[in-house]
Design a protein around this ligand. Structure first.
Ligand code: GDP
Ligand code: MG
Length: 163
């Protein structure tokens, strides 16, 4: 069940100097980094990333706030590969609202704000990182962000321990 998933360290994660900390957590788990780049999105690209699915699930206002948030500074985008990678990466990332994200997860360890607080300030909730929510989103997001030749196939030293 080898899967690929898409991750982006959002502008707050980059600005707070958490890039290394975040990548370390994925590497520690034995997952494989197969693509990575820094990119500063324009609004047009941001709207392709946060599709109408967000408006359906969270409302049009959240989508607008999210587009401002993700485009406010550079992000570090990655593709990560491994067994059940989509689910495992979401587990390492933690739940969406930092208030309830568990300690030990990226969101639980590095942020704490609540939906109520973010909504009061009319800001998307700042939670450091994006990770694809399911297989369909992962396929769409990887294709949107990376060309085939930007993704690399190689053996890492963890592989001898998972066979
Ligand atoms: P994720 O997959 O865990 O990132 O969550 P979603 O895909 O549902 O939402 C995307 C992003 O929108 C989240 O990571 C938050 O940054 C933001 N967000 C979601 N829901 C809300 C909300 O109710 N209020 C605010 N202010 N931001 C939200
Ligand atoms: Mg999502």
């Amino acid at each position: 069940m080898i899967e690929k998933t898409f991750v982006a360290i959002k502008p707050d994660g980059v600005q707070r100097g958490l890039v290394g900390e975040v990548i370390k957590r994925f590497e520690n788990s034995g997952l494989k980094l197969i693509g990575m780049k820094m990119q500063w999105l324009d609004k047009e690209f941001a709207l392709k990333h946060y599709t109408e699915d967000i408006s359906r699930r969270r409302g049009e206002k959240v989508r607008e706030l999210l587009v401002d948030y993700i485009a406010e500074g550079p992000v570090v985008a990655m593709v990560i590969e491994g067994i059940h990678a989509i689910e495992i990466v979401r587990k390492i990332v933690g739940s969406t609202e930092p208030r309830t994200a568990l300690p030990g997860t990226i969101r639980g360890d590095f942020c704490h704000v609540s939906y109520d607080h973010a909504d009061k300030f009319e800001k998307a909730i700042r939670n450091i990182i994006h990770a694809s929510g399911n297989k369909e989103d992962a396929e769409y997001e990887i294709k949107l962000w990376f060309k085939d030749k930007e993704l690399h196939s190689y053996e890492n030293s963890n592989e001898q321990h998972i066979r």
